[in-house]
Design a protein around this ligand. Structure first.
Ligand SMILES: [Zn+2]
Length: 287
């Protein structure tokens, strides 16, 4: 059966249709959240209808929602989302149940089932973009935790009195290794420009990526000794730096927990589904 997944991002809404585990349709349109919540919900419903007949609908959200399908915190979207119902108006518009999933969880589910960690039972996924999220698959199943709140890797404290985070804590991973933090450390206008400079050999840009990699490595080392996952998938915009990021990241994990964790049997690999991962995970979660 055809399964529909939508991924509501700060910039674009992505849509995929899965037939089995194959992506048979993909599409995207700008979110334009400045037009308000109702306009964005209409756009989601419109994209869903254009997909034609499907057996299930899942929607990945860039933040937190409650068990009734209402928004709790969607910091990257404009408009007054807090407390607004999301699942119910979409289900009414489409005349079928709609499953919501956090975008980090969606990424983890997608990479574990049909992406870089296909075939592995225990998987840790870290998505590094402007924010940092993630998810865990344990014994082949997505681990959601109480109120679906597991996997907030970005709010893992890695520096005791580090920079203040939007969540109120200090020294969260996201404040030190998110795309903006890296651009700021490299004194570049955007993360993409840091990568271009680093590839040209700019030492300040390389050092900014190395430092971020070390912080992500600390977070992964901490999680690895608890979970001992078979595969660790690193994705998101920051992972576009490729081996510039992954080499020092792996070295940091080795340095921290190489004697305790069975790293010879644990792979740290780049994500393979790219920008489709959130929508694919939403489609998989709904079915
Ligand atoms: Zn935080």
């Amino acid at each position: 059966m055809r399964r529909l997944g939508l991924d509501l991002g700060g910039t674009n809404i992505k849509r995929v249709v899965l037939d089995g585990d194959d992506i048979v349709e993909r599409d995207s349109e700008p979110t334009r959240s400045d037009e308000g919540v109702a306009a964005v919900l209409d756009r989601l419903a419109g994209l869903a209808r254009e997909a034609g007949p499907v057996s299930s609908v899942g929607v990945a959200l860039p933040g937190l929602f409650d068990t009734d399908g209402r928004a709790v915190l969607l910091p990257n979207l404009h408009g007054d989302w807090v407390g607004r119902p999301i699942a119910e108006p979409l289900a009414d518009a489409l005349d079928r149940p709609v499953r919501l999933i956090n975008d980090g969880h969606a990424f983890a589910l997608a990479e574990a089932r049909i992406g870089a960690a296909r075939g592995a039972e225990d998987v840790l996924c870290v998505v590094c973009g402007t924010g940092i999220g993630g998810g865990l698959v344990i014994g082949g199943r997505l681990h959601l935790g109480v109120e679906d709140r597991a996997g907030e890797v970005g709010h893992h404290t890695v520096v005791e009195d580090g920079p203040l985070c939007g969540c109120g804590n200090r020294g969260c991973l996201e404040t030190l290794a998110g795309a903006r933090a890296i651009a700021s450390a490299a004194r570049q206008p955007s993360f993409d420009e840091v990568v271009v400079s680093a590839r040209r050999g700019d030492e300040r840009a390389r050092e900014a990526i190395r430092r971020a990699a070390a912080y992500i490595g600390i977070a992964i080392a901490n999680l690895t000794i608890f979970i001992a996952p078979k595969r660790i998938v690193v994705g998101g915009g920051v992972a576009e730096a490729g081996e510039l990021l992954l080499d020092p990241l792996r070295a940091e994990v080795e340095r921290r927990v190489g004697r305790v964790a069975p790293l010879h049997a644990i792979d740290i690999v780049p994500a393979t589904l790219g920008a489709d991962a959130g929508a694919v995970g939403a489609a998989l979660a709904a079915s």
